[in-house]
Design a protein around this ligand. Structure first.
Ligand code: KG4
Ligand code: ZN
Length: 351
């Protein structure tokens, strides 16, 4: 029996098991991560190595450095995830791995590692979409959350409002026409001389500033629920440069607060426009930017006003991690979505 036939047979047996434990691997950008997840909902272990210090020197992620660091760390993270879960490789039921979207070289490390482990241990291999992983971080935070719900995914590379109609069934309600929200935060942070990744530090600085200090334009979009951050980012950068050239003293905390307020109110207003039009009753946040303090507060207020139930990943699950990949992998496995050894990295994979 070849690997693929064996996987199909194992899959049929797994569907009858009481508990299914998945070893998941994530390496799409600058975090090397592995985790063991039970039944899509319970974290048995969650090991993350962040490469931030390696990239901070260059002001952004350097793909070659990311790939090299993944090669060096991926085995260590897998070992740590298994050890923390008190398991050996043979004890897990399947291997889940992020195969896109992301940096091709970075993705390839995780995919190669996942394939090798799956083949060696005779386990089914589950390909996972990174964005789907971010959405599933909510299943690990709140056991009661079930589809249908809407999810605002805001990360360094993506800003989408999805309707999660069922497990694995996604519809795009709105999306950014240009930059992602996280990318805009990082670029705005750079003009304030905040080191990479600027988002979290800009957020912290903004807590002490006046959001009305600098008035920024509200971007226009073609689609009713779409986003656009490029114009906002440019307006902010120009305003800062102009003020500096004129020798006007601008307070960095005020600037950070003004930019954060513009981005967050845009995100929340559009999500609520969709919520009102489409009579949404359950809404979730996902992705690195879902850690943003103002976004969390404003979403809570807006949802509470409308009687919408809001779900937010706990802070440790907002950024990239493998636990979320393990959750998404479980639901894919239950739907029979497993891969063969020809699985490849898909840098531009869509959901
Ligand atoms: O989801 P993520 O870890 O990686 C991608 O899949 O892109 O998101 C990273 C992004 C970065 O742009 C980072 O600056 C941003 O999320 N981010 C934040 C905050 N924490 C992370 N942006 C604003 N406020 C935060 N607190
Ligand atoms: Zn991510």
């Amino acid at each position: 029996m070849n690997y693929e036939e064996e996987s199909r047979q194992t899959l049929a047996e797994l569907k009858k098991k009481d508990h299914v434990r998945i070893l998941a691997i994530e390496s799409s950008c600058d975090e090397t991560a592995a985790a063991v997840i039970e039944d899509g909902r319970k974290i048995l272990s969650n090991a993350v190595y962040t490469q931030i210090d390696l990239h901070a020197l260059y002001g952004g992620v350097v793909p070659e450095i990311a790939s090299r660091a993944h090669v060096e760390k991926v085995d260590l993270m897998v070992d740590q995830a298994l050890r923390d879960a008190n398991m050996a490789l043979q004890d897990v039921d399947a291997i889940g791995v992020t195969y896109g979207p992301g940096l091709v070289g970075a993705l390839l490390i995780g995919v190669s590692c996942g394939k090798a482990l799956a083949y060696a241990a005779h386990k089914p291999l589950i390909p996972v979409n990174h964005i789907e992983g971010h959405i599933c971080a909510n299943f690990l935070t709140d056991e009661t959350l079930t589809p249908p719900f809407a999810c605002l995914v805001v990360s360094g590379g993506h800003s989408h409002l999805f309707s999660v109609d069922d497990y694995g069934v996604y519809r795009i309600i709105g999306q950014t026409q240009d930059d992602a929200a996280g990318e805009a935060f990082d670029k705005a942070a750079r003009v304030l001389n905040i080191p990479y990744p600027g988002g979290p530090l800009l957020d912290k600085l903004a807590e002490e500033g006046d959001p009305r200090a600098l008035k920024l334009p509200r971007p226009k979009t073609e689609g009713r629920y779409d986003y656009s951050f490029s114009g906002l980012k440019t307006a902010f950068i120009n305003a800062v440069h102009n003020a500096r050239q004129k020798g006007q003293a601008l307070n960095d905390a005020d600037l950070a607060a003004s930019f954060r307020f513009a981005v967050v109110s845009f995100l929340v207003d559009k999500a609520m426009l969709a919520a009102d039009d489409l009579h949404l009753t359950k809404m979730a946040l996902a992705g690195g930017v879902s850690a943003n303090r103002l976004l969390r507060r404003e979403m809570e207020n807006a949802c509470q006003k409308r009687g919408i139930q809001l779900y937010m990943p706990k802070l440790s699950l907002c950024g990239d991690n493998a636990a979320m990949i393990g959750s998404a992998a479980y639901y894919r496995l239950m739907r029979g979505e497993i891969a063969g050894l020809s699985l490849n990295a898909r840098p531009s994979l869509r959901l």
